[in-house]
Design a binder for this molecule. Sequence first.
Ligand SMILES: Nc1nc2c(c(=O)[nH]1)N[C@H]1C(S)=C(S)[C@@H](COP(=O)(O)O)O[C@H]1N2
Ligand SMILES: [Mo]
Length: 199
Amino acid sequence: MGVFTGGFSGRRRSADPDLPPGQYLTADFPVLSAGPTPRVDRSEWELTITSEDGQVHRWDWPAFLALQVEDVTTDLHCVTRWSKLGTRWQGVSLDTLLADVETSADFVLAHSYGGYTTNLPLADLVDGQAWVAHRYDDDDLPAEHGGPARLLVPHLYLWKSAKWLRGLTLTPVEEPGFWETAGYHIYGDPWREQRYWGD
Ligand SMILES: Nc1nc2c(c(=O)[nH]1)N[C@H]1C(S)=C(S)[C@@H](COP(=O)(O)O)O[C@H]1N2
Ligand SMILES: [Mo]
């Protein structure tokens, strides 16, 4: 008797268990930017976290580099359906950046040099789920991929990983960002195919 693998449920399964539904694998690293690439000099760069009472935590480039840097290997899933597995980054965990931030807000609006914004629940940035990444593949993060530093939230669609990150604002009420206002899903879980409003 033959050995049958797959197909027994009658439903098509993704060939790669690391590939969310509706995604395909790519080996290259596409660049997706809604506008021109901002060129931010590291000597002018700063990252801020602003709590709901207006208290601002601020890091310039040397202060940021003085924080504990982590190695991260993770998969990326873009809502335009490409996925790239096993990407290698270095960055500072949001757990580290938020350590001294007192807040009772449940949401975050990330904003970038150049004006891009995206919203996330604060719960999705903590507990080892998110980084501010400044290195990719053992090199400085190229400007087109978000350097000097970008948000990296790999468990959500990649539009949540704001390139050229400038600040995070903690908000008690969720404020939709750039793509979310344009009809993308408010949360964006690739495993539940939350691409657009109503998904
Ligand atoms: N500031 C900023 N961040 C951004 C974007 C953007 O246009 N501006 N595009 C988002 C989208 S839609 C995707 S898919 C990823 C693409 O990242 P990459 O260009 O490094 O592949 O960045 C996200 N972060
Ligand atoms: Mo995207």
